[in-house]
Design a protein around this ligand. Structure first.
Ligand code: SF4
Ligand code: SF4
Ligand code: SF4
Length: 220
């Protein structure tokens, strides 16, 4: 059975907190502060709660201002004024439609990669086998840890309807679960036994990861 799709959604400004909709007092100060005309206040029928700021990436993306003026002027805490680094913003997540993406068809487009402000971190080009020949294609691939959802890729995609779009992170992203061990990764935020890369060293012994664990006789 098909799941009902969530209501229309559009990305909020950077720094939107978990209680953004409740805390926003709909003053429009962030809209006024945005030098690129990215933000607008939602009216009835727009893809955001009425009166709250949002943007349409295909029309005007977020230019990721280093001084983040929209966040600085928010009086209510709906946008987190402690945000210092625009590259940590999580306005949404870019998702590529391989059926309409030119690079996936083997055409060297890569426009989204060129315009991405977090290029080679948020958006990388990854070799992928091509079905009709032995040559590889280079396809845009998104890293959710670095993609800010700015929408520069969506704005620039040359296809008739953009092949890369900004989606709501909580609707799109999955979660691998704490019981999987990805021993080749150095930073696993959800893993209870493998500390984050910059975490303080653990005093308790840490179980060997992945295959090492399976091959170990410890605890068997
Ligand atoms: S970061 Fe800059 S471009 Fe993006 S919404 Fe804020 S003020 Fe506008
Ligand atoms: S700009 Fe659009 S068509 Fe070109 S590689 Fe990116 S997603 Fe594909
Ligand atoms: S939304 Fe697109 S352009 Fe912006 S950081 Fe993510 S991949 Fe890069």
């Amino acid at each position: 059975m098909r799941q009902a799709r969530s209501a229309a959604w559009a990305p909020p400004p950077p720094g939107a907190t978990a209680h953004f909709t409740d805390l926003c007092v709909k003053c429009g100060l962030c809209v006024k502060a945005c030098p690129f005309g990215t933000l607008k206040l939602a009216g009835i029928g727009d893809p955001a709660p009425a009166g709250t700021p949002y943007f349409v990436p295909r029309d005007v993306p977020c230019e990721m201002c280093e001084d983040i003026p929209c966040v600085r002027v928010c009086p209510s805490g709906a946008l987190d004024r402690r945000m210092q680094d625009i590259k940590k913003a999580q306005m949404g997540i870019a998702a590529v439609d391989p059926v309409s993406c030119l690079s996936w068809q083997g055409l060297r487009c890569e426009v989204c990669w060129r315009v991405c402000p977090v290029r080679d971190k948020a958006l990388t080009l990854v070799p992928h086998p091509r079905q009709i020949s032995k040559h590889a294609v280079f396809v845009p691939t998104i890293d959710p840890d670095h993609c800010t959802g700015c929408g520069m890729c969506t704005k620039s995609c040359p296809t008739e309807v953009s092949a890369v779009n900004i989606l709501e992170r909580k609707s799109f992203l999955g979660r691998i679960g704490e019981h999987y061990r990805l021993s080749w990764k150095t930073n696993q935020p959800y893993h209870p036994h493998i500390p984050a890369k910059d975490a303080a060293p653990q005093t308790a012994p840490v179980a060997p990861a992945g295959l090492d664990y399976l091959n170990s006789e410890e605890g068997l």
